[in-house]
Design a binder for this molecule. Structure first.
Ligand code: FAD
Length: 477
């Protein structure tokens, strides 16, 4: 429920063109419009930068709880694994860089409350231990996602989530100081898989424990099977259908108790899902939707006037079934932030929605998906068919070709393309992007079968695996 008197939207009127100052009733100027952004990463800073570029009079203040802004969480597994040596490489811009763009970033400042009626936030300076109020004309919630740690014992030293630069640095420090030899990864989603690779490549014994009967629920069983084979091939002790009961230790982590058995561990990484960091929005009465994400329209307006949300804390519209969804990815956070920033600055832009494109590397295996998997399409009530083929990544006569599995999902009767999943050791990401583009344009399997795709022996056979899969799907729809 909204506080009475809060400036409700749905839809709120498009913002007036920037004026460079607000007028009091008596006509005097109150000062520039102020945008307060909560969260200084992908969505928050994309919005701040775009808003400020389009409206240089805007007073932009960003509050970020951690000690870093503009960082790439996507690079954290590679920081832990040593592929990236210096954590500063993950930080795209510092507060100093942003100050030159007229954006004031306050690190180690947590927004602890929002007063919608008064139009101000309560900010806690985590270093100084002091609180103050900051007024806003526009408020962007870009608070991101929260890693779940739902097990007894998850607070033991040596148990980590992977979400912030501090998390990555803490794992690195544990690795160098404690020299662990046995790691348990809890969760077989893409973060768990990336962390399994990182720790295995550092020479640790790695067990991966997954509650479900198979890893990577974002893809269907055949593709997950390829992932499991890659894990086992690279020496990961894979335990699916194994619920974790507790994480045990004395003074530090010693074991993960899962499926009734104790698995020795001197390092545990938990990656069992992300949920929207929505505490502020919920306390302020900003309406929440799918999985607790802030309800937003295509312009990234929440249901409360002058309150916007973008990135992992916000809903997004799925282009294929049209329903609001929660698919927290960096690519979406950046785009949503850009759109929110433009609209805050007075433009009228829309975010076009997502098709759920994602890729993950598991040792030498590349896996990607876009659109709806067969399971997702069926559970969305779509009469879906699926065609799976295994073909070559290059011409048969060109040395080094690798098998590539392609699964295409399409709607029975109409032939509408619904999605694709791929697994192989090369050529996966380029092909999934072809399908993502096809989904954006509403193509069908007949269109895909006619696509003019690359053929050159080192890159693809004359009949690309996507064309082969499309021909197979044509026979089924
Ligand atoms: P976040 O990055 O979560 O940033 C939100 C920020 O808000 C946080 O720094 C938080 O400290 C701050 N905050 C929250 N509440 C407050 C408050 N009250 N006051 C002040 N500050 C606050 N996506 C991809 O597209 N591709 C990938 O390959 C990929 N790999 C990933 C790998 C890992 C290990 C992880 C963790 C994520 C990965 N992602 C990937 C997801 C991607 O990182 C996120 O989607 C993206 O960071 C979301 O950006 P955001 O700005 O919405 O939120």
């Amino acid at each position: 429920m909204l506080p009475s008197g809060a400036r409700t939207s749905a839809p709120c009127s498009p913002r007036a063109k920037p004026t460079g100052g607000r007028l009091r009733f008596d006509g005097s100027v109150l000062g520039p419009r102020r945008l307060v952004v909560v969260g200084g990463v992908a969505a928050g800073l994309s919005a701040a930068a775009r808003a400020r570029r389009l409206d240089p009079t805007l007073d932009v203040r960003v509050f970020e709880r951690t000690g870093f802004c503009a960082y790439s969480a996507c690079g954290l597994p590679y920081l832990v694994g040593g592929v990236i040596q210096d954590h500063k490489a993950l930080v795209a811009r510092t507060p100093g860089d942003l100050a030159k763009q007229g954006i004031a970033v306050h690190l180690r400042h947590e927004v602890v409350g929002v007063d919608l009626l008064a139009g101000r936030v309560r900010v806690r300076d985590l270093e100084a231990g002091r609180e103050r109020d900051e007024p806003f004309d526009e408020l962007l919630l870009a608070t991101g996602g929260r890693a779940a740690l739902p097990f007894p014992g998850a607070g033991l030293p040596g148990v980590f989530a992977v979400r912030t630069v501090e998390d990555g640095l803490a794992i690195r420090s544990w690795l160098s100081v404690r020299q662990p030899s046995k790691a348990v990864i809890v969760g077989g989603g893409y973060i768990g898989l990336e962390m399994a690779e990182a720790l295995r490549c550092l020479g640790l014994e790695v067990s991966l424990v997954e509650l479900l009967p198979r890893v990577l629920p974002l893809v269907d069983g055949e593709i997950a099977g390829d992932v499991e084979a890659a894990l086992v091939r690279h020496g990961v002790d894979l335990r699916c259908a194994t619920p974790v009961q507790e994480i045990a230790g004395n003074g530090r982590v010693r074991q993960v108790v899962a499926g009734g058995e104790g698995i020795d561990a001197d390092l545990v990484v938990v990656g069992v899902g992300v949920s929207p960091e929505n505490a502020l929005a919920a306390a302020a009465g900003v309406p929440l939707g799918v999985r607790g994400a802030v309800v937003v329209d295509a312009r990234l307006r929440s249901r409360v006037a002058h309150v916007w949300a973008a990135g992992d804390c916000a809903e997004t519209r799925h282009r294929l079934h049209g329903a609001p969804s929660y698919i927290p990815l960096g690519t979406t956070a950046n785009k949503q932030g850009r759109v929110a920033g433009a609209n805050i600055a007075g433009r009228d832009e829309s975010f076009g929605g997502v098709v759920g494109t994602a890729a993950v590397k598991v040792f030498d295996l590349h896996v990607a998906r876009t659109g709806l998997s067969e399971a997702e399409a069926l559970s969305a009530g779509i009469d879906a068919v699926a065609a799976t083929i295994v073909h070559r990544s290059r011409a048969a006569y060109y040395p080094g070709w690798q098998p590539i599995r392609v699964k295409i999902t399409a709607e029975r009767g109409t032939g509408r393309l619904l999605g694709a999943q791929l697994a192989g050791t090369e050529g996966v990401a380029k092909r999934v992007d072809v399908i993502a583009a096809a989904l954006h344009s509403g193509a069908g399997v007949d269109d895909l079968a006619r696509f003019d795709l690359t053929y050159a022996p080192p890159f693809a056979p004359v009949w690309d695996p996507l064309l082969m899969a499309a021909r197979q799907a044509q026979r089924l729809v």
